[in-house]
Ligand binder design. Structure first.
Ligand SMILES: Nc1ncnc2c1ncn2[C@@H]1O[C@H](COP(=O)(O)OP(=O)(O)OP(=O)(O)O)[C@@H](O)[C@H]1O
Ligand SMILES: [Mg+2]
Length: 260
């Protein structure tokens, strides 16, 4: 199982929207996908229609060792997509875990319990910070997908993110790579977003996915219905873009990692 963390410490850049719809797009290609909601806000869980009452076990319980992986996994309405939901308990985890042995490796240990062949790919939706939760995701993951919003300050904060990646690489996870940067909320009527997209490509080159996620109201409506946009309206521009991103991502994965 290849594990990809979706991270950017900036808030509201499209991490969760990307996690939900990319996971759905990957599942639609036939891959068995596990999505880990690692954000106390629990937006990925809500957006997939897994509401509070159904979150009897969560990513928090797994991190602190309250339950086994299997007990925390819930199925979603999307075929081949399973979820480990998040609850607000997770907001205390950063502090609680300080006393734990190997606190940076908790998630890695949890995911190592996954039965061989149960899932092909695991996506982790990170909170908007570079704290212990995101560090756990980066330690557990082989690669990182960074959503970057097409706005003036897009590149600000990226160097801090890259420094964190470098630190994780040198201390905990030498194999951690950046799979790609996905430009989100692109508005073709706005010249500034065009300029930002060009600037980001000039700086990051091939690291940036060719697929750009447009600003699309259907993407923001879908979560309130508890389904991915790809199910809410599979023909909208946002859904089509996430489907393309899923294919582009698969093409970037090392072949032996994904057997499908
Ligand atoms: N391409 C898009 N078009 C229109 N709205 C979008 C798009 N992507 C995300 N949004 C909306 O923007 C808001 C922020 O998106 P999202 O929750 O995915 O970001 P995030 O990075 O996960 O936020 P946080 O840092 O709080 O976890 C949400 O209301 C979402 O519906
Ligand atoms: Mg989010």
């Amino acid at each position: 199982m290849i594990c990809i963390a979706i991270a950017n410490q900036k808030g509201g850049v499209g991490k969760t929207t990307t996690a939900i719809n990319l996971a759905t797009g990957l599942a639609a290609t036939g891959l068995r996908v596990l999505l880990v909601d690692l954000d106390p806000q629990g937006n990925a869980s809500t957006g997939l229609g897994v509401y509070q009452a159904d979150r009897t076990r969560s990513s928090y319980d797994l991190l602190v060792g309250n339950c086994e992986l299997d007990e925390a996994v819930v199925t979603t309405r999307v075929p081949k997509l399973d979820l480990i939901p998040a609850t607000q308990d997770l907001s205390g985890a950063e502090i609680e875990l300080i006393d734990y042995e190997q606190r940076t490796h908790r998630l890695e240990r949890v995911l190592a319990e996954a039965p061989a062949g149960r899932w092909d790919i695991c996506l982790i939706d990170c909170p908007p910070s570079l704290g212990l939760l995101t560090v756990n995701a980066m330690v557990a993951a082989q690669s990182l997908l960074v959503p970057l919003q097409c706005e003036f300050f897009a590149l600000e904060g990226l160097s801090q993110l890259l420094q964190t990646v470098e630190r994780i690489r040198s201390r905990f996870n030498t194999g951690l790579s950046i799979l790609g940067v996905a430009l989100t909320m692109y508005d073709r009527r706005n010249r500034l977003t065009d300029q930002v997209a060009d600037d980001v490509r000039a700086v990051l080159g091939n690291l940036v996915f060719t697929t750009v996620i447009p600003r699309n109201v259907r993407l923001s409506e879908a979560p309130s219905h508890g389904v991915p946009a790809l199910i809410y309206d599979f023909r909208c521009s946002g859904s089509e873009a996430y489907m393309r991103l899923a294919r582009e991502l698969i093409a970037r994965l090392p072949r032996q990692e994904v057997a499908a």
